[in-house]
Design a protein around this ligand. Structure first.
Ligand code: HEC
Ligand code: HEC
Length: 134
């Protein structure tokens, strides 16, 4: 049946993301350990929204574009700073915050809040927007 196959495909595509989200984002009573730009007491719900909507979708990449795997387990270690892309992303976060503050007069801009300029404003779903039109 047509509908069933479509439904199965949706489940198959959604499952890996669901597993990643379930293991990566901490329960409400635990804190993240290596946040340098985002507030240290951010909720798992808010962090998940940023990682998935702003970063993954905004740049058209997966978690492992910025996050490195643990050598022993092979699992992504989200707190580790093993890839340069993560630090570049932090710089981009600071830049994005700065643009909103300086040019759009938002008093206390933070990634994940309603901002005038977001990752997606420049990236629009691609990792290297400077190469997007080449
Ligand atoms: C574009 C780069 C990028 C992508 C893609 C990305 N992240 Fe992140 N992630 C970061 C950065 C940068 C930080 C640290 C933010 C800070 O220092 O405030 C971070 C922090 C985290 C943390 C907090 C770890 C800790 O304890 O400090 C978790 C959990 C996390 N990311 C999960 C994910 C998941 C799951 C995905 C995929 C759905 C993902 N990230 C995709 C850049 C990225
Ligand atoms: C003002 C425009 C602009 C905004 C806003 C912006 N970026 Fe970028 N970003 C770029 C351009 C242009 C490039 C490609 C050139 C480069 O790598 O520096 C890029 C490249 C990147 C790369 C790849 C770097 C590399 O060399 O591997 C990452 C990761 C990234 N951006 C993350 C982010 C994140 C996360 C946000 C939102 C917090 C963001 N960017 C917001 C313009 C922007």
């Amino acid at each position: 049946m047509k509908i069933n196959r479509k439904f199965l495909l949706i489940i198959a595509l959604a499952a890996p993301a669901g597993i990643v989200a379930a293991t990566a984002f901490k329960p409400p009573d635990e804190q993240y350990v290596n946040l340098k730009v985002l507030p240290k007491n951010i909720s798992s719900r808010d962090l998940q929204k940023i990682m998935v909507d702003d970063f993954e979708d905004g740049l058209g990449v997966a978690c492992n574009f910025c996050h490195s795997a643990d050598k022993n387990t092979g699992q992504l270690d989200f707190a580790a700073d093993g890839k340069p892309e993560k630090e570049i992303a932090r710089e981009m976060m600071r830049t994005t915050i700065g643009i909103n503050k300086k040019f759009f007069k938002i008093k206390h801009p933070m990634i994940g809040q309603a901002l005038t300029v977001t990752c997606n404003t420049c990236h629009n779903g691609v990792a290297f927007p400077d190469k997007a039109n080449e």
